[in-house]
Design a protein. Structure first.
Length: 383
């Protein structure tokens, strides 16, 4: 740093026309170059009538540009903001360049007016950043090329038309695109999600139960319909972009959300998950079919004679197993089970209904097999 400012900077409501600081008598004057500001800095409601430069400036305390007007654009390249940064309701009439800057604390751009390009290339955000209730214009463009994003990004309440797509896939990720250590949570409440480009490898949709209104800061309850709308809008986004893996991940998460809304439906979530991963791993049906067939075979093994004689008769099953070895008897148990398990229609004439418990058990085997056959047929047809 060329110099240090130890006093509080207070330019609230000021109209700033004159150059605040010249550096090395450069022909083009600049504001605040290579300075460390040790105390809070407030430019709340200030109006900058010239191009504003905060290059390589380090702000150690809270910095406020709330409701400030940047009439000729702003530049804060390679600057460091160590404390809370307030850009709420600021107006940037021309381009803004934050390239290479570091935001160490929470940063809030809520309600800001971006009339042109805002460049966050190579910026590091360490804490939550808010882009809620932004004012978009035809020339508004947010650039996140090589940006290190924070844990949470809030894009809620952006109800105005977003003319240019906001691409978050060009941000900086350290995982090579496969296994991120920690996802970035993103909020899209009352925002046109179709105007964003992201994936579900590095990002996760944060669906809050309540959220603060940008107008009066009161808590708004987020309804189940609004939550489902966010999920479905992002699913449609992934579908339109052909992002199959992102779609799969979000769809599974969405199904969990819908199942867990009612306590009695939670078991069905686990059944659907374990059975075939909500249809994304249909081949699991073949493994479950084999498992169930062998399970019933094992259960039937010690009581095979009783079942065949008194519950459901299968022809050619020996009546006496006293002279038959264990492995051969297991084979007959497998044949007996398979005849019932893999039948499309059951011969009820062979079923002895007077044996209630046994009848229910045989029908369980038959129904389980019929279910497996249906799922396997679905798998083959869709292939």
């Amino acid at each position: 740093m060329d110099s240090t400012i130890i006093d509080t900077l207070n330019y609230e409501g000021r109209i700033i026309k004159q150059v605040l600081r010249k550096v090395h008598q450069q022909p083009e004057p600049k504001y605040f170059i290579s300075i460390e500001v040790k105390q809070p800095a407030s430019f709340k409601s200030a109006t900058f009538q010239q191009m504003v430069f905060f290059d390589s400036v380090q702000f150690d305390k809270m910095t406020s540009f709330s409701s400030a007007n940047f009439n000729e654009g702003a530049e804060a390249i390679n600057s460091i903001f160590n404390d809370y940064n307030d850009f709420t309701s600021a107006t940037f009439s021309k381009g803004v360049d934050f390239t290479g800057s570091k935001f160490k604390h929470q940063t809030d751009f809520s309600g800001s007016n971006f009339l042109s390009t805002v460049d966050f290339s190579d910026v590091e955000f360490d804490r939550k950043i808010s882009f809620t209730n932004l004012q978009f214009y035809p020339g508004t463009q947010l650039i996140f090329e090589g940006t290190s994003l924070p844990d949470t990004i809030d894009f809620s309440f952006n109800t105005q038309k977003i003319n240019n797509e906001i691409d978050l896939t060009v941000a900086k990720f350290t995982d090579g695109g496969q296994f991120p250590e920690k996802p970035h949570f993103i909020i899209f409440y009352k925002t046109d999600i179709s105007r964003f480009h992201l994936d579900y490898i590095h990002f996760r949709l944060l669906v809050p139960d309540s959220i603060r209104s940008p107008e009066d800061k009161t808590l708004i309850r987020v309804s189940d319909d609004e939550k489902e709308s966010m999920y479905e809008s992002l699913l449609n986004n992934f579908n339109l972009h052909g992002q199959k893996e992102s779609y799969r991940k979000l769809d599974i998460e969405y199904r969990r959300f819908k199942f867990y809304k009612k306590w009695w439906s939670v078991p069905f979530y686990w059944i659907d998950l374990i059975w075939w991963n909500f249809g994304y791993n249909k081949e699991l049906v073949f493994l479950w079919t084999l498992f169930l067939a062998l399970l019933f075979t094992t259960i039937n093994y010690p009581r095979l004679k009783h079942l065949n004689d008194n519950v459901y008769t299968v022809d050619k099953i020996p009546e006496d197993f006293s002279q038959i070895g264990g492995s051969r008897k297991y084979w007959y148990s497998f044949v007996y089970t398979s005849v019932i398990f893999f039948k499309v229609t059951m011969n009820t004439e062979k079923l002895k209904f007077n044996h209630i418990g046994g009848t229910i058990y045989i029908l369980l085997i038959y129904t389980s097999g019929l279910l497996c056959l249906a799922y396997m047929a679905n798998f083959i047809i869709q292939k």
